[in-house]
Design a binder for this molecule. Structure first.
Ligand code: DO4
Ligand code: MG
Length: 283
């Protein structure tokens, strides 16, 4: 049993994997914080779905808000071999490459704060590239929903927008490369239910003036660490009263000659979740 939760500007809708295309209204009392603080979020959403009014339909290709309450968004880095290699290339001149190799192998993962809830962008919203950056990429990431007790109960799509020029100049600039206006998008919905199979694909396309300028994909099987391991490290010595989202790292990095431009259209697809679409703006 699994459900998708869509956060539109007027209402929150629930869709069961068993009845695709049929949406139920979660009701005016629904709060993402209640879901993220439930001891058993799947049971919570199952009860809500069963008591909700049936038969509503809406167009899933509309702008939505991110499926978020007060959760902080964190991110894991260098969890795929491709990310390790790309980072080592971009940091080589500054002498920072060794840190990426070390963290890929180390028991402790790289975890960094990505966004407050209020700054997260949703489906069909803009994502940002910094005006003081010269080399920018989106990072398509399988993103975990974790309840206040540290239990992974769902997943969505995250875009960890990144400045490669700023991070490459000095790894200590990471917060500026990763955390700025429009740097984080999540959506189009939250899936509550068991984790998908390791064969699940994460794919991205970037279009410019209607032409595709980059596409790539990976699968969950390529990630080096388990989801429970990453969530365990995040919740070690850190308390999240309303739970958290955790992006699990990128396995797709465009070649070094690629950088995003204003008005580029980014589409990230993960089977079971759907497609998160955003357009690039300069901030
Ligand atoms: O080490 C920098 C960030 C890595 C990252 O964001 C990723 O691998 O996805
Ligand atoms: Mg990333």
């Amino acid at each position: 049993m699994a459900f998708r939760i869509f956060n539109t500007s007027t209402a929150v809708f629930l869709e069961s994997f068993d009845a695709p295309g049929l949406f139920r209204h979660a009701g005016p009392e629904f709060r993402f914080n209640d879901l993220f603080t439930a001891a058993d979020p799947l049971a919570y959403i199952t009860n809500l779905y069963e008591s909700a009014s049936a038969g509503l339909s809406f167009d899933p290709e509309i702008p939505y808000q991110a499926p978020i309450g007060d959760q902080e968004v964190w991110a894991a880095g260098v969890t795929y071999f491709r990310s390790r290699t790309a980072r080592m290339e971009e940091a080589e001149v500054a002498g920072g490459d060794i840190f990426y190799d070390k963290v890929y192998e180390a028991p402790r993962p790289e975890l960094f704060f990505k966004s407050t809830a209020a700054k997260v962008r949703g489906m069909l919203d803009h994502v940002g590239i910094r005006h003081d950056s010269t080399w920018d990429v989106p990072e398509p990431e399988f993103t975990l929903a974790i309840n206040a007790g540290g239990k992974v109960f769902g997943y969505t799509i995250g875009n960890d927008m990144s400045s490669r020029s700023i991070e490459g100049e000095n790894p200590l600039y990471l917060p500026q490369a990763k955390n700025y206006t429009g740097a984080c998008a999540i959506g189009p919905c939250l899936v509550v239910g068991p984790m998908p199979s390791p064969e699940t694909k994460i794919s991205i396309t970037i279009s410019r003036g209607g032409q595709e300028v980059f596409s790539g994909d990976t699968s969950l099987s390529q990630i080096k660490r388990s989801f429970d391991e990453l969530a365990g490290w995040l919740f070690k010595c850190n308390h999240f009263p309303t739970g958290a989202y955790l992006m699990t790292g990128t396995g797709v990095v465009p070649d070094s000659d690629f950088t995003l431009q204003v008005d580029d259209e980014i589409a990230i697809t993960i089977e079971g979740v759907g497609t998160l679409r955003n357009t690039v703006e300069k901030v």
